[in-house]
Design a protein around this ligand. Structure first.
Ligand SMILES: *[C@@H]1O[C@H](CO)[C@@H](O)[C@H](O)[C@H]1NC(C)=O
Length: 292
């Protein structure tokens, strides 16, 4: 072995190791520091020194958690691994929400299914207490096999829903056309696993099979590169030069490649779009559906 080959053979693992630990510390989410378990009487658990959180559901109760912080804009990532096998009737909700009657809310909800049948990823956006903006998707992978990343990029121009980095849905700021946009109310992150077999799977036709209980969903890899609401003020992460790094999401706009990716997802995996549901809106589609 030559000297330089040896150096690089020695250096590479060290470098790789440093890079790895750097990215781990950036991802840095620790469920003990960032979240509170809010209900479920021991059914929600934080494990592995705060690196893993599990929710469970049985006939008596589901469980849930919420973030300690409130956020106003950010890029928020969470990895989820959903209830495997026969998860029909179960719903895993993961969302941001502010408080009160005119609250804002950004939802991911995963509706379980019979073994082998696809989960439905249900999304919605509430502004000033008004929702009715459902879009639903199938996924291009089995979300119960492994962890996948579900992200929200929320800045003053738009909210982008992402799955493993692919944008699947955008809600644009169309305030100038009279559509309210979430930008004044800080939101907490909430998640819960619960029984919704009156509606979740094939419209409530398929009930939860309690023989399979307890049902478990797992979370890891939380990362919030976000403005945190502290004492009535928003504190944003420092922006780095060159537009990447912390805070780059603040003025992010989708480029042509991401637009194409989103069109691909919507064309192939979208199963419901309120903007295409004219029967539901006989007086005309909501304004945001009519603007390109
Ligand atoms: C469950 O699978 C059936 C059959 O493929 C499908 O029609 C349905 O949309 C799936 N999801 C839910 C939540 O019912």
């Amino acid at each position: 072995m030559t000297c330089s080959a040896m150096t690089s053979a020695l250096l590479l693992p060290i470098l790789a190791c440093c890079l790895l630990s750097a990215s781990v510390s950036v991802a840095g989410g620790n469920f003990y520091n960032d979240f509170d378990i809010t209900w479920g009487d021991g059914r929600a658990k934080i494990l592995n020194n705060g690196q893993l959180l599990t929710l469970s559901l049985d006939k008596a109760s589901g469980s849930g958690f919420q973030s300690k912080s409130e956020y106003l804009f950010g890029k928020i990532d969470m990895q989820l691994k959903l209830v495997p096998g026969n998860s029909a009737g179960t719903v895993t909700a993961y969302y941001l929400s502010s408080q009160g009657r005119t609250h804002d809310e950004i939802d991911f909800e995963f509706l379980g299914n019979l073994s082998g049948d696809p989960y439905t990823l249900h999304t919605n956006v509430f502004t000033q207490g008004k929702g009715n903006r459902e879009m639903q998707f199938k996924l291009w992978f089995d979300p119960t096999n492994d962890f996948h990343t579900y992200s929200l990029l929320w800045n003053p121009q738009q909210i982008i829903f992402m799955v493993d980095g692919s944008p699947i849905r955008v809600f644009r700021n169309l305030e100038n056309r009279g559509v309210a946009f979430p930008k004044n109310q800080a939101m907490r992150i909430y998640s819960s696993l619960w029984n919704a077999d009156d509606w979740a799977t094939r419209g409530g036709l398929i009930k939860t099979d309690w023989k399979n209980a307890p049902f478990t969903a797992s979370y890891r890899g939380f990362n919030a590169d976000a403005c945190v609401w502290v004492a009535g003020r928003s504190r944003c992460p420092a922006r780095k030069m060159g537009g990447s790094g912390a805070g780059a999401w603040m003025d992010y706009q989708m480029d042509v490649t991401s637009q194409k990716r989103m069109s691909w997802v919507q064309k192939n995996y979208m199963i419901y779009n309120y903007c295409a549901d004219r029967k539901r809106f006989p007086q005309g589609l909501p304004t945001e559906c009519t603007i390109n």
